[in-house]
Design a protein around this ligand. Structure first.
Ligand code: ADP
Ligand code: ADP
Ligand code: ZN
Length: 216
């Protein structure tokens, strides 16, 4: 299955991505995770991306598209993939269409996780991430069993640099201006599945499975 997860920052894309990739056995491709890995490793790409990420701005399309294109050509994407946080602009979406076209393939579904703006800031500011495996928790809504420690791997939990109120608000504004036009873009292509992201994490996942029911 070839899938995209669309939604504003804090909607629950990463949380649902873990569940979807387990159930459907497709690789999880998160452009945000790729950039954070590069920042951690101190690469040139990481240095460039950090300038934008710290301000809550989008990394320029030409940097992002090349990375995703290379990743989609890897062997594990042959039978499917889940893109999380990409595309984020209409230009990125058009580039993705071309890349997939050249590979003689196309998207199956775009899952649009909808969450009211008023809820998003609290979600993102309370988010904690595992340094080692990237699992996401929330200080209130999705606590780890032991505070500050990852349930999955025992790694240390940290708060992302860009998960402060000011940067999150900027990211939501950027989402509304630059990314939300993709809802229409994929609706027109008959690919969109709207999901209510305000329900419990497990219920959101059940709704996604239902929406994907007719896919194989
Ligand atoms: P995104 O990848 O869309 O930015 P995440 O999956 O990282 O979002 O979720 C943002 C934060 O909200 C995390 O701390 C996560 O634990 C929490 N969260 C995710 N889904 C829900 C939900 N349905 N209800 C409450 N909190 C949620
Ligand atoms: P969130 O899960 O909160 O939506 P991400 O981890 O997806 O956050 O993204 C964090 C930051 O990484 C974004 O604010 C942006 O600066 C950068 N980024 C990630 N994906 C893209 C993309 N497809 N295009 C441009 N910038 C991106
Ligand atoms: Zn972990």
């Amino acid at each position: 299955m070839r899938l995209i997860l669309l939604g504003p920052p804090g909607a629950g894309k990463g949380t649902q991505a873990v569940k979807i990739t387990q159930k459907y056995d497709v690789p999880h491709i998160s452009t945000g995770d790729i950039f954070r890995k590069n920042i951690k490793e101190g690469t040139q790409l990481g240095k460039k991306a950090k300038e934008y990420m710290d301000k809550g701005l989008l990394v320029p399309d030409e940097l992002v598209v090349a990375i995703v294109e290379d990743r989609l050509k890897e062997a594990d994407c042959k039978d499917g993939f889940l893109l999380d946080g990409f595309p984020r602009t209409v230009n990125q979406a058009e580039c993705l269409d071309k890349v997939l076209d050249n590979m003689n393939t196309s998207l199956d579904r775009v899952i649009n996780i909808k969450v009211d703006k008023g809820i998003l800031v609290g979600r993102a500011v309370g988010r904690r991430i595992c340094r080692d495996c990237g699992a996401a928790y929330h200080v209130e809504f999705n606590k780890s069993k032991v505070e500050g420690v990852c349930d999955v791997c025992g790694g240390e939990l940290y708060q992302r640099n860009d998960d402060n109120e000011e940067t999150v608000s900027k990211r939501i504004e950027v989402y509304l201006n630059e990314t939300s036009p993709l809802i229409d873009y994929y609706f027109t292509k008959n690919l969109l599945a709207d999901i209510d992201g305000e329900k419990h994490i497990d219920t959101v996942f059940e709704d996604i499975v239902l929406a994907l029911g007719s896919e194989n």
